[in-house]
Write a protein that binds this ligand. Sequence first.
Ligand SMILES: [Zn+2]
Length: 279
Amino acid sequence: MPSEKSATEHGTEWAFGLFRPLLRDLRLQSVQDRTYLRTSNKKYGLIKYHMERCVIVALRYKFSNENDKGVFVWTYDKKRNFYILYIIINDNLYKDNMKHEECVKRKLVTTHEFTHCTAAMLSLSGMYSEQLIGSLQKSMRKNVDVIQSVDVDSVMSEFKREINGENKSVKTDLSFRKFDDEHFRTGYEGFEGSYYDLNSNLLFSKQLFEEYFGKNKQQSFKDCIKRGALQDAVILLKEASELVIEEKNLDRRLVLNKIQIDFLPQYLAETAKYVNSNR
Ligand SMILES: [Zn+2]
């Protein structure tokens, strides 16, 4: 077994880089009927981490309870030595002409179930005996987690609480389920990062934002600031934010908050360097 790990391997960023391409290719916002994705596809580079024996199946399903929004389950195909991982999303999350708010909820649900899927893959990557596979299956079955509308609402209010800067550990309503790292963890993975952060990044990351605020726009942003046109610089940021919110079904406050707290200080630091080097 390879034991040499670089410092960043098996952390949140590593997992984000590994799983984001899968999430994109699954196109969970527009699952037609079933989508199959074989992780043995070399382009995902999962062989290196022994995660190539999975087939991810995304499907829409009419749950008997319309408030059940999504679930993640997996099975082991012993004959072919393959794991089938199912991301099952309630059919009622896919309607024509959905409001932005409803699309935001669908995005939350699909990303949540996909994060469970990453936890399964990270756990299966270290499984070499049938006994272990059986134990993992048992432990995950015990915790099969059907995400419901009330949960989606609690995820939303969790984000809002964060945005409002309230202490995360203070819960006013204890019946709200908390989707923290522990919620996703199977106990069989060697993952050293945080599933909470992984889930948040899979929803909205700097990489995604920069698909809308690329190198050219960043350069214009710096130039605006350099010539003192702050308002123009803000407009550039705002236009990119509006576009990503709309096109990627993201909660507006989540996006604006993350830009303000995480990304903007980085852009401003780069701008300061740029202005100083061009004096
Ligand atoms: Zn869950």
